[in-house]
Design a protein around this ligand. Structure first.
Ligand SMILES: CC(C)(COP(=O)(O)OP(=O)(O)OC[C@H]1O[C@@H](n2cnc3c(N)ncnc32)[C@H](O)[C@@H]1O)[C@@H](O)C(=O)NCCC(=O)NCCS
Ligand SMILES: Nc1ncnc2c1ncn2[C@@H]1O[C@H](COP(=O)(O)OP(=O)(O)OP(=O)(O)O)[C@@H](O)[C@H]1O
Length: 203
């Protein structure tokens, strides 16, 4: 077995099925580093991310209990490119530092998959040996966002437009997962991918 662990990234547009793919890989033994989860931890009261957000956008971004008002910040940044870029500039360096620390601390024998929704947007693709891209049809993604997150179609489209296109992500993918059918079909693709990742590690 090679001693050098491959760097594996997992990405895809909002509601494409990334977290589902991450869970299926975790079931097979991958360690998942979840960028969205790191963001949420940084945004807890007392976290460096929340302090930076309040400094940049003001106390209107807090609920009366002192938590991040996600709806208020989301309404601002998904309607205003400049505000979103400012938020990204504050949060992304903190996320990268925390992800790097977790990667360094991971057991050497375990395959680590970094689930990073904005991997392509943040220009990180060249740092990865593998870029797994999950894609699902636009209509399916929109109805998931309306169903699961109670978003209007306009809000859902605003988020999709704040991200890279399917073509941009496909251009840097080493593995495309097309999530356009049911869970058994998705599982079959993940099983094949896992076999290839293990084989390339051993090869
Ligand atoms: C704006 C916030 C408060 C909205 O919170 P909310 O609970 O509504 O959404 P959540 O955090 O669950 O994000 C859901 C999805 O939205 C998309 N998204 C989130 N932030 C961004 C962004 N800055 N640009 C483009 N898409 C984004 C991603 O696909 C993400 O998976 C939150 O997304 C946030 O703090 N974003 C900034 C940090 C970031 O860039 N996160 C993305 C992954 S590193
Ligand atoms: N093949 C599938 N068949 C049925 N439901 C699916 C399938 N793939 C994903 N889903 C469902 O679609 C929803 C969105 O999937 P998931 O949370 O994995 O997407 P995501 O890309 O991680 O989303 P986000 O960007 O919002 O974090 C979930 O409710 C999930 O159970």
């Amino acid at each position: 077995m090679s001693s050098q662990r491959p760097r594996i990234g997992l990405t895809g547009g909002i509601a494409s099925g990334k977290s589902t793919v991450a869970s299926l890989l975790a079931e097979r033994g991958a360690l998942i580093i979840d960028a969205d989860r790191i963001v949420r931890e940084l945004q807890e009261p007392g976290g460096a991310g929340l302090a930076a957000i309040v400094e940049a956008f003001g106390p209107a971004m807090l609920t009366p209990e002192g938590q991040l008002d996600r709806a208020a910040l989301g309404a601002l940044v998904f309607a205003d490119d400049q505000a979103r870029e400012r938020l990204n500039g504050l949060i992304h360096p903190l996320v990268r530092a925390e992800a790097a620390a977790r990667l360094a601390a991971a057991p050497a024998e375990q395959l680590v998959v970094e689930d990073i929704p904005l991997l392509v947007e943040t220009g990180q693709a060249p740092s990865f040996d593998e870029v797994i891209v999950v894609q699902a049809p636009l209509e399916v993604r929109l109805s998931r966002m309306e169903r699961d997150r109670g978003m209007s179609r306009e809000q859902a489209l605003g988020r999709i437009q704040a991200q890279a296109s399917d073509e941009e992500r496909a251009a840097v993918a080493t593995q495309l997962i097309i999530n356009d059918a049911g869970l058994p079909e998705l599982e079959a693709q993940v099983r094949a991918l896992w076999g290839r990742l293990l084989a390339s590690r051993e090869g």
